[in-house]
Design a protein around this ligand. Structure first.
Ligand SMILES: C[S@@+](CC[C@H](N)C(=O)[O-])C[C@H]1O[C@@H](n2cnc3c(N)ncnc32)[C@H](O)[C@@H]1O
Length: 383
C-alpha cells in the first residue's frame, strides 16, 4: 500500500465526511487544552516577535480551526496580561497530499469571520499556510518552528510493516486480520513495533532539527492502556472491522486473498513504548505524558460502564470509523463493499457493546527540545 497516496480521511463536508464525524478527535484537542496552553505560554516567555506553529496531520474540518482558536486565544490573553504586543503568528497546516486541502482552504474565511467576531480575545496578527507532505521527514528549515501540535495522527505509521502483505507465493502471516489480532503470531507484533520505533524516531529527530531552542511539541495519538498487546484497545476496535470483512469473505462478497493482502499502516503504543523511543534519543525532555480514555460512541460522554443504547452507539461508532477508513477500503476492496461493510461494523460493534464497553486509549504528551546536542546533516532523510 502506498500510504502517502492512499491514507486520507473522507473529504468534503457531507454527512459521512471526516469533517462531520470527528467528535472523538475534537474531545482529544479539548482534553489537552491545558497542556497546549502551558506549552504556548512557556515558549512565549522569550517574547518572540514572530511565532511559527505547525499542526501535523491537520486533516480538514472544524478540529483544525479548534486548534488555531485555542492557540490564538492563549497568546492573545497572555499578551494582554503582560501588556505586550502579540507576536505575528504563522500557522502551517500539514497533512499528506491526498488530504482535502480544498475544503480546508475554503473554510478559512469562516474561521476569519469567527476571529473578527471574538474581537479582543483573538486579536493576534496571523497568517495561515498549507503544507502537504509526510511528517516522517523534514518539513521545515532548521530552528524555524516554535510549537508543533499533532492530534490523532501519529498512530498512522509511514508504511504497512514489510513482511505483512501477501505477495505472489508469500502468504501474509497476519491472515484474516487487518491489525494485530488474537490470531496474529508474535512476528506480526514485532514487525509493527519495529516500524513504530523507526517512524517515531524519524519524527522526533526531524522535529528536533526544526524547533527553535526551547521549542515544544504537544501530541495526542491512539495508544494502548492494556498490558496484553493482543487485547489492546485498537486490537479490539480494528478486530471488529476484521470480523465484518471476514463475514463478507464467508458469503463470497470479498475475496479471501484481497483481505489477506490488506493491513492497516497503524500502531498504538503503550506509554512505556513511546517513552522508550523518546528516552533512547535523548533529544527531548518529557514535560508531561498521560493516557486518557474515550468511549467508542463519540456522543457518549459518560464515565461509567453502562451502554444506554448499544444499537445507536454501534451506528455512531461505525460512522466515525467509516470517515477514517473509507478511502483506504474503497481503494483496496472497491467502493461497492463500503455500505455493506460499515453496516456490518455497526451491528458487530452493537453486539460487542453488550459484552464490554470497549474504549479508545489516547496518549497525550508534551515534549521540550533539549539543547542542540544533535543536528542532522541530511535535511531530507526519511528512512
Ligand atoms: C484522524 S485525522 C486527525 C485530524 C486532526 N488532527 C483532528 O484532530 O481532527 C489523522 C490525519 O493524519 C494524517 N496523517 C497520517 N499520516 C501522516 C503523515 N505521515 N504525514 C502527515 N499527515 C499524516 C492523515 O492524513 C489524517 O488527515
Amino acid at each position: 500500500m502506498n500510504v502517502e497516496k492512499l491514507l486520507h480521511m473522507k473529504g468534503g463536508a457531507g454527512d459521512l465526511s471526516y469533517a462531520a464525524n470527528s467528535k472523538h478527535q475534537a474531545k482529544a484537542i479539548l482534553n489537552i487544552r491545558p497542556m497546549l496552553e502551558k506549552a504556548m505560554i512557556e515558549v512565549h516567555k522569550h517574547l518572540p516577535e514572530k511565532m511559527v506553529v505547525a499542526d501535523l496531520g491537520c486533516s480538514s474540518g472544524p478540529n483544525t480551526f479548534l486548534m488555531l482558536t485555542e492557540v490564538m486565544k492563549t497568546i492573545g490573553k497572555q499578551c494582554q496580561r503582560l501588556g505586550v504586543e502579540p507576536p505575528e503568528m504563522l500557522f502551517f497546516l500539514n497533512d499528506l497530499p491526498g488530504n482535502d486541502f480544498n475544503t480546508l482552504f475554503q473554510s478559512i474565511n469562516v474561521f476569519e469571520e469567527s476571529v473578527r467576531a471574538e474581537k479582543d480575545a483573538m486579536s493576534v496578527p496571523h497568517f495561515i499556510a498549507g503544507l502537504p507532505g509526510s511528517f516522517y521527514r523534514r518539513l521545515f528549515p532548521s530552528q524555524s518552528v516554535h510549537i508543533f501540535h499533532s492530534s490523532y495522527s501519529l498512530h498512522w505509521i509511514s508504511q504497512v510493516p514489510e513482511g505483512l502483505e501477501s505477495k505472489g507465493e508469500h502468504t501474509s502471516p497476519n491472515k484474516g486480520n487487518i491489525y494485530i489480532g488474537k490470531t496474529s503470531p508474535p512476528l506480526v507484533v514485532k514487525l509493527h513495533q519495529d516500524q513504530f520505533q523507526r517512524d517515531f524516531s524519524v519524527f522526533l529527530k526531524s522535529r528536533f532539527d526544526e524547533l527553535v531552542p526551547g521549542g515544544q511539541i504537544v501530541l495526542t495519538f491512539l495508544g494502548r492502556n492494556k498490558v496484553d498487546i493482543y487485547n489492546g484497545e485498537m486490537s479490539t476496535i480494528w478486530g471488529l472491522v476484521s470480523e465484518s470483512l471476514n463475514s463478507m469473505v464467508l458469503e463470497g462478497l470479498v475475496e479471501e486473498g484481497t483481505l489477506d493482502s490488506f493491513n492497516l499502516p497503524h500502531y498504538a503504543p503503550s506509554i512505556e513504548e513511546a517513552k522508550a523511543v523518546i528516552n533512547e534519543q535523548s533529544l527531548f525532555q518529557i514535560i508531561n505524558i498521560q493516557m486518557f480514555e474515550s468511549n467508542l460512541d463519540p456522543y457518549d460522554d459518560s464515565d461509567d460502564d453502562f451502554v444506554f443504547d448499544n444499537i445507536q452507539s454501534g451506528a455512531n461508532f461505525a460512522t466515525t470509523i467509516r470517515s477514517v477508513l473509507e478511502p483506504m477500503i474503497a481503494s483496496h476492496f472497491g467502493a461497492t463493499i463500503v455500505d455493506e461493510l460499515f453496516s456490518r461494523l455497526a451491528m458487530n460493534a452493537a453486539n460487542h457493546l453488550l459484552k464490554e464497553k470497549a474504549k479508545f486509549a489516547v496518549l497525550a504528551l508534551c515534549l521540550k527540545k533539549k539543547k542542540n546536542r544533535y543536528l542532522s546533516c541530511d535535511h531530507h532523510v526519511v528512512k
